[in-house]
Write a protein that binds this ligand. Sequence first.
Ligand code: SF4
Length: 443
Amino acid sequence: MLEHIKHIQAEIIDQFLQEDNNRPWIIGFSGGKDSTMLLQLVWTALKKIDPIFRGKRRIYVMCNDTLVENPKIVDFIYRTLRNIEKAAVIDGINLIVETTTPKLEDTFWVNVLGRGYPAPNNIFRWCTERLKINPTTKRILEKIDENGEVILFLGTRSDESANRAKSIKRHQFGTNRLRKHSLPKAFVYTPIQDFLTEEVWQYLLAVPSPWNGHNRELITLYRNASGGDCPLVIDTTTPSCGNSRFGCWVCTVVSKDKSMEALIDNGEEWMQPLSDLRDTLAESRDNLEWREDFRRNGQEAPGPYKPKYRALILEKLLTAQKEAQLTEPDIDLITNQELVAIQIMWYRDSIFNYQVSEIYNKVYNANAMKADKIDVQKKKEMEILSSSCKTNPEHVQLISDLLSVQKTKILLRNKVGLSGDLEKQMERFLTNPKKKKETVDAN
Ligand code: SF4
C-alpha cells in the first residue's frame, strides 16, 4: 500500500506542476472516509512541493449541505471545514472552502410541506437531484465559466459498486489519469479508485490529519453509526445515495435509517424524535388518507399531501426540533426562510385554514411570528379583494390565485414560466370557474 500511495502522490505533484495553472482543482469533500483520504493525499503531496510553487494553483474544497444532513454529522463536517481553511493558510496552499446548498424552492421541507410532495422512495426519488446534484453542478459550471476548464478530484473507488467500476472503465482514455466528465470542460481525477475500504481505514488510522482534524473522531462516528461494528471491516455506504458517508436524516428511500438508529443506541438519544418523524414520513407516503386523490397535472392517482397533513408534519417537525434542542440547543431542523416559503406555497395552494406562524407558536408556545407581516398583508388583501368583487364573488379566487402565483415567483427569485403559470390558472378558471382551484404544476 505504501508504494501505491507514493505513486499517487507523485502523480498529484506532476499534475499540480503542469503549466495549466488556470485550471483550478475542485475537490469534492463530504467529510466521509473516502473524501477525507483523498484530501489528505492531495495535501501531503502538496507539502512536498517547494512553498514558492505551492500556492500557484487555486484549489476549491467543495462540500454540499442538503440542509437535512444528520445533525451529528453536519456539526463534525463544519468543524472540519473550518480547520481545513485555517490550516491551508498556514501551509501556504491556495485553497478555498465552498459549501453548496439547495435553492430555497428545492429544499426537502419546501417540497414536502410547501408543495406536498410525498416523502421520496425509489419510484419517485425527487430529492437527489434537487438536494445534491443541482447545487454542486451549478457551482462547478460557475467555476468553468470563470476559468475555462476545471479538474474535479473525486474520492470514488471501484470496490464500492460494480456500476461505478464499469463507469470508471468506460470513461478512462489511454493511460491519462484524467477522464472526461459529463459536464463540458470538466475533467475528473480519481486517485483513490483502486483502494479497498479496509485500506482507506488503515490509511486514516496511520496518517494524522494535516488540518488538525481527528480521524479517530471520524472512525468513532462511523463505528457508532454502524451498530458498534468496527469500520475496518464494515462499509457503511448507504444504498440511498451511493457514496454518501451517511444519508439525509429524513431519507425514506431506505426502509430503515440504520445509522441514525445506531447513533441513538450509542448514546445520542436526543435523535429519537427525528427517527420517529422519519418513520412517520416513510409510512405517510403510502397512506392514501394523507394524499389528495389527484396529482397536480389532474391525473387521477395519489397526489400531494392534503393540507391537513402538511400542517401535521410541520407540527411534528417543529416538535422534534424543540425536543432535540433541549439537549442540543444549536440544532435547527428547518430554516426561517423555508418556513416563509412554505407559507407562501400554502397561499398558492389556497390553503388559508393553516398558518405556519400559528403552528410555530403552538409548538413553541411563543408569539414570535404572530405579527408575521405576510399574514397581516394577506388578510388585508383578501378583505379588499372580497369587497371589490361583490358582484362577481367567483373572481376572488381567480385573482387571489394569480397574485399568489406571481408573488411566489418573485419571492423565490424565479420568474421563469410565470406567464405560463398565469395562463394555466386562467385556463382552469375559464373551463371550470366553480371547481376548487387545482394548483399549477410545481415541477
Ligand atoms: S440520502 Fe435519501 S433523502 Fe437524501 S438525497 Fe439521497 S435518497 Fe434523497
